[in-house]
Design a protein around this ligand. Structure first.
Ligand SMILES: [Zn+2]
Ligand SMILES: [Zn+2]
Length: 234
């Protein structure tokens, strides 16, 4: 059996409406508001409690849950984004130096893992490597998370470089996204065998866009990524 709760008003105690929608409360306010009497003060309290505009309610930050600011002005977010920006700028300066040194850019020749297949005889995966040319670099995806070294593993490694095979019959894939070549991004020892390594075979002139090392641009990007990572975008 279902039971439907009846709304009862906390002001006039009649059913069918709540105190916010109570016509008697509204009439009471209209009659007494502004009077320097107990009724006048009660009217002011009633109005503040039930008729104040939503703008008068305190904002609550969706990230840190504090009141008085939103995610645009959250000091917590600003501080974290600043730390990320520093890390990213450092890593990008390092990458840019390496890129110039080894001559990495569109047209560079790389050896990359193009396919993976299961070998029943050895009961393990085997990999096929192809030669490819760098077609496009997705600069936005190159952050401090693309930096690897022999001991540390970094979260959320993103592929950022599109390579196309030199010999199209070499692989059924037209092209694929790979990580920064090991000469630039480094690698972990355990990756050496078979992971998504790409190696630079011959360089070209590198053409690094100015925005890649622009702190303001990086800060904007880090904020975007932070908001996405924390589900704060709408
Ligand atoms: Zn009522
Ligand atoms: Zn906040």
């Amino acid at each position: 059996m279902s039971y439907k709760r009846t709304v009862r008003c906390g002001f006039c105690y009649k059913t069918g409406h709540n105190i916010k929608g109570c016509p008697e409360r509204k009439a009471y306010i209209k009659e007494h508001l502004g009077d320097n009497t107990p009724e006048g003060r009660r009217a002011a309290v009633l109005q503040e409690a039930y008729d104040s505009k939503s703008s008068r309610r305190e904002r609550r930050c969706k990230y840190c849950r504090s009141t008085g600011h939103d995610i645009r002005t959250c000091p917590d977010i600003a501080q974290k984004v600043a730390v990320m920006t520093d890390k990213c700028l450092d890593a990008r300066r390092y990458f840019a130096d390496r890129m110039v040194e080894v001559g990495f850019g569109p047209g560079s020749l790389v050896r990359y893992r193009s396919e993976r297949y299961w070998n029943n005889d050895i009961q393990d995966y085997e990999y096929k490597y192809s030669l490819g040319l760098v077609e496009k670099i997705n600069w936005k995806e190159i952050t401090h998370h693309c930096k690897r070294d022999t001991v540390r593993q970094y979260a959320a490694l993103r592929t950022s470089v599109l390579v196309v095979p030199v010999n199209p019959s070499d692989t059924w894939k037209k092209g694929r996204m790979v990580h920064l070549p090991v000469e630039i991004g480094g690698y972990m020892e355990k990756e050496e065998r078979g992971l998504e390594l790409s190696k630079l075979l011959s360089g070209t002139s590198s053409d690094i866009p100015a925005s890649f090392l622009d702190e303001k641009n990086i800060a904007k990007l880090m904020r975007e990524k932070f908001l996405i990572d924390h589900g704060l975008t709408k």
